[in-house]
Design a protein around this ligand. Structure first.
Ligand code: 1QQ
Length: 376
């Protein structure tokens, strides 16, 4: 185990306990529990995703703890959808609880400061829904299994273009949130690359609820489709207002559209929303059916993409721990950066040294209230 300069094995950055086991892989036995800190938005704006993430992780660690040799002790904290709170609970998990690895937070805007602290402290952290540009580049301890928005859009915009014969679009975006503004830049680049003309370009704030002014301009421009970068809080009133103003065109959205909670809230207005994502209930990926069945049996509702990515993070941690049969921070960090073509419910997944994820995106469209794979 590598130690920070000047540290002895007793006072070093070891989380404590005997985390170096014997054997390797499925034979691995580690005496002390491996502590995993989960930081999720369980209240406020991003709880729509955080609740599913909590359940996906709970299910995964319960299944992993049924296997012999490694026991995971899970410590869960609510970041309340707030960067300040996210940083505070990260600090507690890193310094007081001395976890070996962190999962979450839910939003990119919370992750930017929190991941900075994990990097500084030398604790590996895995983003499960943080899709903004620049997240893995925060440092060598920072990883994600959340498909970057740029890859999701690089799939969804061409798919929408082909399926709907798109020539013109109007763009609307939340210019305050870091994820939605990052996605906006990517949307424009992708539209330009695809030769789709932007006939209207409007912005709003995360907490806005009235979009009449912007939507009036969109309606007048008569685009073939709308491209929207927003979190569910704004998406729900915005899409409802768009539909009631007669804007019936398809709406291509960012990662927040992968939320069945949001689609449920939109009701009829959700029809023809299009989104690129990391997971589909109808993908025949390894273990997907078992995952959906176990999740539904445990929680009384079907999982979503956020639950699937959360579930997969636990699998990544287990692979990284068992690789050297070592539950310490350094070993987990080293092994997370070497995951190659792992079979997961998200499909074949790789993580490079930078901590970036590689997987095949899916493109889905809401039909009869459900996300359905868009034929390409
Ligand atoms: C981000 C996102 C959000 C939509 C996750 C819930 O993708 O903040 O990066």
């Amino acid at each position: 185990v590598l130690l920070a300069a000047g540290c002895t094995p007793d006072e070093g950055n070891r989380p404590g306990g005997d985390l170096k086991g014997v054997g390797s892989g499925s034979e691995c036995v580690i005496a002390a529990p491996v502590k995993v800190g989960l930081v999720l938005s369980l209240t406020n704006g991003a709880a729509f995703a955080g609740e599913y993430q909590k359940q996906g992780l709970e299910l995964a660690f319960k299944q992993l703890n049924e296997r012999k040799g490694v026991h995971y002790e899970v410590l869960l904290e609510d970041d309340e959808t707030s960067p300040d709170k996210g940083v505070a609970v990260y600090e507690k998990l890193i310094n007081t609880d001395r976890v070996s690895v962190l999962v979450g937070p839910t939003l990119s805007s919370v992750a930017f400061p929190a991941f900075g602290d994990a990097q500084e402290a030398g604790v590996p952290a895995i983003g499960i829904s943080t899709t903004a540009e620049g997240i893995p580049q925060l440092g060598d301890y920072i990883f994600r299994d959340s498909l970057p928005e740029q890859y999701a859009l690089a799939a969804s915009i061409p798919a929408a273009k082909q399926a709907l014969n798109l020539k013109t679009v109007a763009i609307l975006h939340d210019s305050v949130d870091e994820f939605t503004s990052s996605a906006y830049t990517t949307m424009k680049e992708t539209l330009e690359h695809e030769g789709i003309r932007i006939v209207e370009d409007e912005s709003f704030k995360t907490t806005d609820t009235e979009f009449g002014a912007q939507l009036g301009k969109v309606a007048a421009a008569k685009p073939d489709a709308v491209v929207l970068s927003a979190l569910p809080g704004a998406t729900i009133p915005l899409v409802k207002q768009a539909r009631s103003m007669g804007i019936s065109s398809p709406i291509v959205g960012g990662n927040a559209f992968n939320s069945p909670f949001m689609i449920g809230k939109l009701g009829e207005a959700a029809e023809n929303l299009i989104v690129g994502g990391a997971w589909s209930a109808s993908s025949g990926t390894t273990g997907n059916e078992d995952f959906i069945n176990a999740f539904t049996a445990a929680y009384g509702r079907a999982p979503d993409q956020f639950a699937a990515q959360a579930f997969t993070a636990a699998q990544l941690i287990d692979v990284a721990v068992r690789a050297d049969c070592d539950g310490n921070r350094e070993a987990i960090k080293d092994n997370l950066g070497q995951i190659l073509e792992l079979d997961t419910i998200l499909g074949s997944l790789s993580i490079d040294e930078d901590g970036e994820v590689y997987q095949k995106p899916v493109v889905q469209m809401v039909k009869d209230g459900r996300l359905t794979l868009l034929d390409r």
